[in-house]
Write a protein that binds this ligand. Structure first.
Ligand SMILES: *Cc1c(COP(=O)(O)O)cnc(C)c1O
Length: 219
């Protein structure tokens, strides 16, 4: 199957999930996750009208996105992987949205860097819903306080929460928990759902889904 067909298939599955959840068609944003694929493999998705992309490494993104963004200025690029402080300047310069704010230090560094560059990024707080030791993200119980801190102390525009449920568990309860935490924290957006579970995520209230392999093929 061609990339364009796979993209259309994902789009129609999202539309069906939106209908089933009583949501307006097109209300769930598709973040096409292009990590490991190079500029030539990404261009067909851009030609097919896709404008929102996700990457998990700053350095890899610097090798392809400046060029792709110059070709198509209305692209919106999301950082969905862990961020180190020493990459913060590059991340702020290249990305439009960072979905992985998960600790005070990186929140401060991003706030400082945005001031320095005169650029405002939209931000998500990553929540470790499964409390997995190897996974990034703030603990569920600390989420509301951390969002408050980011907003009030640092003046950051936190618009949503993001999670990656444990690979070996039913994702539904994790999506439900993220939705509950978002209500408590007073944020509107929910970034949840990947190739294997994005329709379930829409049913649980996802406002954006991050889909890679179902669009670009196996990595
Ligand atoms: C790679 C990745 C995805 C996409 O995963 P697929 O299973 O290929 O759809 C989504 N979110 C994050 C954080 C990722 O790193």
């Amino acid at each position: 199957m061609e990339l364009q067909e796979r993209l259309n298939e994902v789009r129609s599955h999202i539309a069906a999930a939106e209908r089933q959840a009583g949501k307006a068609t097109g209300s769930v944003q598709l973040v096409a996750v292009s990590k490991t694929f190079d500029a030539d493999q990404i261009r067909p998705a851009i030609s097919a009208g896709q404008r929102v992309f996700g990457e998990n490494r700053v350095q890899e993104s610097q090798g392809k996105w400046p060029e792709l963004k110059a070709e198509t200025p209305d692209i919106e690029l999301h950082l969905i992987g862990p961020l180190q402080s020493n990459k913060a300047a590059e991340a702020v310069a290249l990305f439009d949205v960072i979905e992985t704010i998960d600790r005070e230090k990186i929140a401060r560094t991003i706030a400082d860097e945005m001031k320095r560059q005169g650029k405002t990024l939209r931000l998500y707080v990553q929540v470790n819903t499964g409390l997995e030791p190897q996974k990034a993200g703030i603990a569920p119980d600390d989420t509301a306080d951390f969002v408050d801190f980011c907003r009030k102390e640092l003046g950051l525009s936190v618009e949503g929460l993001m999670c990656i449920p444990p690979a070996d568990e039913n994702p539904g309860p994790h999506f439900a928990l993220l939705a509950k935490l978002a209500k408590q924290a007073g944020v509107e957006k929910l970034s949840m759902g990947m190739s294997s579970d994005y329709e379930t995520a829409v049913a649980f209230g996802a406002t954006s889904v991050r889909v890679g392999s179902a669009i670009f093929g196996a990595r």
